[in-house]
Design a protein around this ligand. Sequence first.
Ligand SMILES: CC(C)(COP(=O)(O)OP(=O)(O)OC[C@H]1O[C@@H](n2cnc3c(N)ncnc32)[C@H](O)[C@@H]1OP(=O)(O)O)[C@@H](O)C(=O)NCCC(=O)NCCS
Length: 289
Amino acid sequence: MEIRSMQPEDVPLAERLSAEAFYELDVRIRRPHETEPEKRSPEQAEKWNRRTRRFLDTDPEGCVVAVDEHGLAGFATSIRRDDAVWALATYAVRPGLQGQGVGKRILALAAQHGADCPRWMLSASDDPKAVRRYRLAGFDLHPQMVLWGQVDRSALPTVGGLRQGSLDDVGLLDHIDRLARGAGHGPDHETLASMGTLVVDTAGRGYAYAGTSGPALLAALDEETAVRLLWECLARTTDERAVVGHVTAANQWATDVGLACRLSLGTDGYLGVRGMAPPATYIHNGALL
Ligand SMILES: CC(C)(COP(=O)(O)OP(=O)(O)OC[C@H]1O[C@@H](n2cnc3c(N)ncnc32)[C@H](O)[C@@H]1OP(=O)(O)O)[C@@H](O)C(=O)NCCC(=O)NCCS
């Protein structure tokens, strides 16, 4: 087994491996109330490839693959921002080869990219192998909640004090991120902008990327701003099934907003952090944290 840096030609192979590994995981751990797992669409695959090529541009040292006689056996992509936060973006080993130590070697090499960062973050799946790996790597694990369902539009309040943002706002957004999680998202704003419409508080106290099913990321300096931003994200949903994921116990305000518009509440995976507490008035993005 060779463990080495990811190269551009590995990206489509990593995409296929991750699609297969996460589909197999969804089938394996699906709970009765959850919808039937779906395979990744060609459009989602292309987005995945674009995002991963950006990781290779910004963080080549954080992107690692394992290769055996059958080809790509596993990979991890990770990013460091402001020399302060290292985030594991995505991580998978070929189904059939999992649980035999490949993931441990990949993670160890990827984590060297963040070795001198005081803060580490990741959003973990419910795979017991992943969670074991993360705890043994020193992450504190905080269960994530998810709210989903059809938004009761009659419950949506009129929300003021927000405007549409653009990439010209990145300085402000990074300032908010530094206070919320310890590092700006920097180049990741380009990827986030493809996930939703940027909505910014007119007083400069928060922002969110409002996607078609819910927030792709929400960061605020106080609860009142966070609540307004989440209402706005829910008002902007166009998918039949809204989803507000990655809500930790530090963000009870988000459960209150979701419940007020009659979304269902459940749990899904973990926020893993090292050297920091789970951010409050903050809903992280699954890969960009
Ligand atoms: C998470 C993942 C990348 C880890 O790679 P891996 O090669 O399976 O990891 P390893 O074999 O190095 O480590 C798994 C650990 O869990 C243990 N394990 C194996 N089967 C297990 C099971 N059914 N339940 C709990 N632990 C198990 C292994 O013994 C090992 O622990 P150890 O090193 O202390 O012995 C891989 O399992 C995977 O792709 N899972 C599906 C996708 C996913 O969840 N990715 C992570 C997203 S956050």
